[in-house]
Design a binder for this molecule. Sequence first.
Ligand code: UD2
Length: 301
Amino acid sequence: MRYIVTGGAGFIGSHIAEALSGKHEIVVIDDLSSGHCENLKGIDCEFVEGSITDLALLQETFAGADGVFHQAAIASVPRSVEDPLATHAVNLTGTLNVLIAARDCGVRKVVMASSAAVYGENPELPKREEMAPDLLSPYAAQKLSDEHYAAVFSKLYGLSTVCLRYFNVFGPRQDPSSPYSGVISIFGSRILEGEPITIHGDGGQTRDFVYVRDVVQANLRAMASDAEGVFNIARGEQTDLNTLARTMMQAAGKGVEIRYGPPRGGDIRHSLAEISRSREVLGWRPEYAIQTGLAETMRWI
Ligand code: UD2
C-alpha cells in the first residue's frame, strides 16, 4: 500500500510513519514549521517538504496513494486565539485541500486528527461523540468544521473518512521546548533537569491522557476498517495534575519542587472520554497504562 502522512515529521505523524515503515510505501509531507527531520531518523519513507496549504503539491503527492493519515495542523488552542486567520489557513483550508486532493487522486480513505477541544466546557462527563459541541476557540471551530467537511466529502464524493478526536496525547517526540507543548513533556523535562514544576491552579483539574503508540493503533484500525465518522481517542480515565506530577517524579526516581500558580485562562476543569464507540466500531482499545507510557516518555526525554 502507498500511504501519505501529512505532518509526518511531527509528534504523532512520525509515530504513524514509523509504524508503517518497512511494511508499506510511505510519503511524509511536512513544512517543518513544528516538525523536525530528526523525528524521521530510521524511518523508511519519501519526504516531501511542503505545506498542506499548497493544493497543487498535494494533488501531485497523493497520486497513487491508497490512504492518507492527516496529522498536519497548527495544533494549538492559544495560537488560534492569537492568530485565527493563520491557523484557519492551515487547520481548515489545509484540511479542505487534503480532502480535495484525496478525492481527485482516487484515495480510498482519509483518517484525520480532530480534537477534544470541540467539547469545550460542556460539563457533562464522560464526553460522548454525539454530545453537542461547545466551541471556545478558533481551533475548536476549525477542527469541528474539518469534521463536517469530512462527512460532506464522504456523502458527496464517496471518499471514506474518519475523524479521531484526540484527548491529551503524550509520548516521545512531543517537543518540550514549545510553549504550546503538553503538560507531560513540560513536567518531564523540568523533573529530569531538577527544576521546579508549575501547576496552574490547585492541581485538581483532570485530563484523559493517552499514549502516542495507542493513538497510532487507533489510526491504523481506522484506516483498515470500513467505519466512518467521529471517534474519541483517549484512555477513558481521569488523572488529576497533582497525581500526574507525583507519578512522573516516581517514574524519574527524582523529586522536584511543585509551585502552584494562578489557573491558566481558558482552561477546562475536567476532561474524560467515553471510548465505547472506538472499542466497538474500530475494535481499538488503549493498551498502555499511563505509568508505562510515562516511563517510555521519560526515557526519551
Ligand atoms: C489539550 C490539547 C489541545 C486541545 C485541548 C482541548 C495537548 C498538548 N493539548 O489542551 O490541543 O485539544 O486539550 O481541550 O494535548 N499545566 C500545568 N503546568 C504546565 C503546563 C500545563 O499545570 O506547565 C496544566 C494546564 O493548565 C492544564 C493541564 O495541565 O490544566 C493540561 O494542559 P495541556 O496544555 O497539556 O493540555 P490542554 O488540556 O490544555
